[in-house]
Design a protein around this ligand. Structure first.
Ligand SMILES: [Zn+2]
Length: 267
């Protein structure tokens, strides 16, 4: 069973992949399901930042979340809907409550780098309380930058041990940030490391060795086809294989762990 634990749909730029196209790619690469984490739609760009540019920073992502739920309804069993959330919006916590009742299965991808905030913040505490109430895992982008640094998620995970956290990219392209992500996950059993755009098969192997295979999740962060960049299916899948895990560990990383985390029956 293969589950892409990090993917997007949208109608703008690199996000311009329709649900139909996504399913075609899943079928071509043997992917059973995808955790759909929103995407950029022109209609969702609701405002301008202080420089006057249209920006994700101004978006409340409501339109995106409706489109995600729509895709999940249209292709039953193929998409697991998560919600995009901007913690800078004053109604972020209410939004989670609203979409939890509409059927979202998790929160994320939260985008501290794009939206410019630090994940360890008052708004995140409020959202974590709601995540705990509805048993929703929370995924957030991580990388070496101050916005999205793994340390912020580690701090949050230590305060909310009953909430499961998914570290999207497990520290991203940076070896130091990835090592911090692995260390944090070794201390907090409620942290899952997601492999999209992470750069080092050796560190994926190290993560499995240090925290066990149970909390490492395969993801593509878009599943583009053969674009020669991180995030294309072949690259992201080969990277897991290059980590030279045991067959059982590889199966867990490719899909069984995400199925267990999201209570999806395994094939
Ligand atoms: Zn992403």
């Amino acid at each position: 069973m293969v589950i892409d634990s990090h993917c997007h749909l949208g109608d703008w730029g690199i996000w311009a992949i329709s649900a139909e196209e996504k399913i075609k790619r899943y079928d071509a690469f043997g992917v059973d399901k995808g955790v759909l984490m929103g995407g950029i739609y022109g209609a969702d760009w609701g405002g301008r930042d202080e420089a006057g540019a249209q920006s994700l920073r101004c978006s409340n992502f409501k339109y995106t979340n409706e489109k995600t739920l729509e895709a999940a309804r249209k292709y039953p069993g193929r998409f697991i809907p998560f919600m995009w959330l901007n913690l800078l919006m004053p109604d972020a916590a209410e939004d989670v409550e609203y979409f939890a009742k509409k059927g979202i299965r998790g929160i994320g991808e939260i985008l501290p780098l794009n939206c410019r905030f630090q994940l360890y913040c008052d708004a995140a505490f409020k959202v974590c309380e709601i995540a705990q109430k509805y048993n929703l895992p929370m995924a957030s982008h991580t990388g070496p930058e101050i916005y999205g640094n793994p340390l912020h998620m580690i701090s949050l995970a230590a305060e909310f041990p009953k909430v499961n956290f998914i570290m999207s990219h497990m520290g991203w392209y940076d070896q130091g940030a990835t090592e911090q992500a692995i260390l944090g996950a070794s201390r907090c059993k409620n942290i899952y490391l997601e492999t999209s755009s992470s750069s080092y098969p050796k560190l994926i192997k190290e993560a499995v060795k240090r925290i066990g295979a149970e909390r490492v999740l395969f993801g593509t962060d878009n599943g583009m086809e053969e674009d020669g960049w991180a995030n294309d299916f072949r690259y992201e899948m080969e990277k897991i294989k290059a980590a030279k895990l045991s067959k059982k560990e590889e199966e867990m990383v490719f899909g069984l762990n995400t199925a267990r985390l999201l209570k999806i029956p395994a094939k």
